[in-house]
Design a protein. Structure first.
Length: 383
């Protein structure tokens, strides 16, 4: 429901990468028992190569790409700068690269085997055959590292502290929210993002491409979307193709609108029938329109905003009580009987203050888009 400006990450993304990379360098894996010579990072890069992910992440015009693809089978040959380039391409991959990487991954053998491993490890031991148990052990040896990486790397990242630019270091989730300058959930625009008493507490980060099926993106910056607890819980492991708030060519404000339908009165129904609040998508591109629709359906926005129908009713009744002609009368009354100058615009702002919202308010005020759309819709103005 809200588009986020990825360029706001520019002041912190280098710090974010350095912090994550250093954290990975200190991690160990059961296969090695101890962490030295960047063995954990070497295993990560080798796993990316094995899953055929390097080709989509590393710039093919970069000499390091050829070195990585040529030497990847021999983990010990990796140079530190090669490791850094590969991990950087993973951690700071933009939205377009992430989408392409996920699409290619889902077409390959590695994804099918990963899903099989996920199914087997989530099946009770008593229900597994001997063949399935043997297969699970085989797949664990092949992909167990990805599971370990998704859990440990993300948990460690949340504990790291960086400076968002004000000279005071803070935990990364808080810095992400501060850098974006948002207070409300970009998925629903109804709830705050971990804001309590004016402070950021318990910030939740949704993995746009979930950790269950895409564990290698656990700490990719542009895969982490600050959101409210409700939306994070609803989305969870759902793989429906929705639009990321980070996508450059996405414009929720232009494509998605709240409308309040007011049926015309008839002889049989003088009141005009039942009024209805709805959410509409206006997008010429068929695929993109469906993706916008998927956002609405996944986060159950129609059901969520049904509770706000009373707000639309209240606003409509207030509009009937104070039409422009009535406001003109009040304006003229002040001109004739008072030293104070009051305009129709002043009166509208006083009466409908909560409905006056600018797109810049969407990230700060819950339901700001709902109120703005409602105002334009009922007033009959074009956006």
């Amino acid at each position: 429901m809200i588009s986020l400006d990825i360029h706001r990450y520019d002041p912190i993304k280098e710090q974010y990468f350095d912090s994550v990379y250093a954290s990975l360098g200190r991690m160990n894996y059961a296969k090695y028992h101890v962490s030295k010579d960047n063995l954990f990072i070497r295993e990560l890069v080798y796993t990316l190569y094995k899953c055929d992910l390097i080709k989509n992440l590393v710039d093919k015009n970069n000499d390091k790409y050829y070195l990585l693809t040529y030497h990847a089978k021999d983990v010990d040959i990796f140079k530190d700068e090669m490791l850094s380039a590969a991990v950087r391409s993973l951690v700071l991959a933009d939205v377009t690269v992430l989408r392409k990487t996920v699409e290619e991954f889902m077409k390959g053998r590695a994804f099918a085997e990963w899903c099989e491993y996920d199914r087997l490890r989530n099946t009770k031991a008593i229900k597994k055959t001997a063949v399935e148990k043997a297969r699970e052990l085989q797949l664990k040896d092949e992909y167990g590292f990805l599971l370990y990486f998704a859990e440990r790397a993300y948990d460690n990242m949340r504990k790291q502290r960086i400076d968002p630019g004000d000279g005071v270091s803070a935990e990364i989730p808080k810095c992400i929210v501060s850098a974006l300058g948002i207070r409300t959930c970009p998925y629903c625009n109804r709830g705050f993002i971990g804001v309590t008493g004016g402070q950021l507490l318990g910030v939740q980060l949704d993995h746009f491409y979930n950790r269950r099926y895409f564990p290698f993106l656990a700490v990719s910056l542009y895969n982490l979307v600050p959101c409210c607890g409700v939306c994070n819980h609803i989305k969870k492991d759902d793989m429906t193709d929705i639009i990321s708030p980070y996508e450059d060519n996405a414009n929720f404000d232009k494509a998605v609108h709240f409308t309040y339908e007011i049926p015309k009165a008839s002889i049989k129904d003088p009141d005009g029938g039942k009024r209805r609040l709805s959410i509409e998508v206006s997008e010429s591109d068929v695929i993109k329109r469906q993706r916008y629709q998927n956002n609405i359906d996944m986060f159950r926005l129609r059901e969520a905003y049904e509770f706000q129908e009373i707000e639309a009713e209240r606003f409509y009744e207030k509009m009937l009580a104070y039409p422009e002609s009535r406001l003109r009368e009040i304006e003229n009354h002040f001109k004739e009987n008072s030293d104070y100058s009051v305009t129709v615009s002043n009166l509208e702002e006083a009466l409908f203050r909560e409905y006056f919202a600018d797109p810049s308010d969407y990230t700060q005020k819950p339901m700001a888009k709902f109120y703005r759309d409602l105002y334009y819709n009922i007033k009959g103005w074009k956006r």
